[in-house]
Structure formats: structure tokens, C-alpha cells
Design a binder for this molecule. Sequence first.
Ligand code: HPA
Length: 246
Amino acid sequence: MTTLAIIGGTGLTQLSDLVVIKREKIDTPYGAPSAEFVTGELNGKAVVFLARHGNPHTIAPHKINYRANIWGLKQLGVEKIIAVAAVGGISHQMPPAHIAIPDQIIDYSYDRKHTFFDDEKHPLTHIDFSYPYNQALRVGLITAAAEVNINVCPIGTYGCTQGPRLETAAEIKRMEQDGCDLVGMTGMPEAALAKELGIDYAALSVIANWGAGKSEGEISMAEIEENLHVGMANVAKILKAFIKAH
Ligand code: HPA
């Protein structure tokens, strides 16, 4: 049974080295997931891939059906998720084109279906969420990055904003004061939903740009694309090394 899934975000709509075995549309009690689940082999090991924003990339962060995505992965027997996502860098250890493996989250998103525990079949349950990312999975990713000589930031607090617009400079300043090192739009409720279903979850955050107000001038889509291009090539190397070791 397949146990590892990779959720790809902006800049990672497909896993180019995946040898595809099957593509499955899965219907869930929560509606349709973002895309087909692609089951295949990477370095000879079974992996499921899901494009978070759809394939092609069209679904905005606040419109993603996070519950359907996580439910679908659970249906496929997934026990571990590596979530890849583009982020903005806030603290100085998080420059563009680098990768971070966050260990904490602050959630600023709103109006998202953020729990499975809200109907008769799934009565109210308060999960522990003190440590939102799975530590063993984080260590596995940090070790894999070291094996392929990629310098990653092994810690960081991810702040999840609503999007799709980027933040104001004042919002980033406030997030920095709150303790955020990174800013993204898709980390929540994804991480919490995985925890609700008992799936181990860790993230590879690819820094696409400095957060608003942290660099001169406006944030350009061209710089985001360029940094993601570099960062995603390193993500592919880390994933391969991780898979080889597991
Ligand atoms: N803010 C929020 N999400 C992001 C950013 C950002 O600056 N860059 C890439 N994803």
C-alpha cells in the first residue's frame, strides 16, 4: 500500500521524475479534490502526487477544497504527506530561492472549511496541535537535504494568510512581531486536517520572494518565477534523497 504523498503547490504542478502508474479521480463526502491523484514510482518507491491548485494551476488558495484533498489521500492509504509550497520570506534567514522546513504555524486565514469534526458522523473532537508538523518527517527531510548538500533552514514559523493578494508591508511587520518567519497562503487548514486524520505531515517551503516591505519596490511575478525555478529544482533533489532513504 502506498503511504507517501507529495502535495505540490505553485511551481510544482507535476513531478517530472514520477513514473506514472495510475491517475484516479476520487469523489469524497466533501466534494471534489483539486485534481486527479497520480500514483507512481519515484526512485522505485510508491508515491501519490496531488496538485494543490489543480492541473493546470487555476484554484486560488482560499478556494482549494482542503478537506477533499486530505480525505482523498487518506482513502488511498496515505500515511505521510510532504507538502511543497511557495512562501514569502520574513526573517533574515529566509532569503528568496532558499528552502525552509517549518516547525510552527500561526493561522491568519479565515472562512475556510478547516475541520472534519463538524457533523453527526464526525462529532466534535479537539485534536492536539501543539506541534503541527511531524518531527520524524521533518528530520527525514532535513537529513535528505544534507545528503544532497542543499542548505535548508531547519526551523521556522509559517504564517498562513488568506490571499490571493500578497500582504501589505504593515501586515508583514505585524506577522514578524508575532514571530512569523515565513508567509504563505495554503499551509492551513491543510496541516490541521492531516493531523485530524492521523496523517504525518511536514512541509518544504520554497521562498519565492521577500515578504512585502522587506525589499525595495514591488514584488514582481518574474522574480517569484525565477526563485521558484531554482528552489523547485532543489526540492526535487531533496525528495529523491528522502525517498531513497525511506
Ligand atoms: N505572501 C504569501 N504567500 C506567498 C508569498 C508572499 O509573499 N510568496 C509566495 N507565496
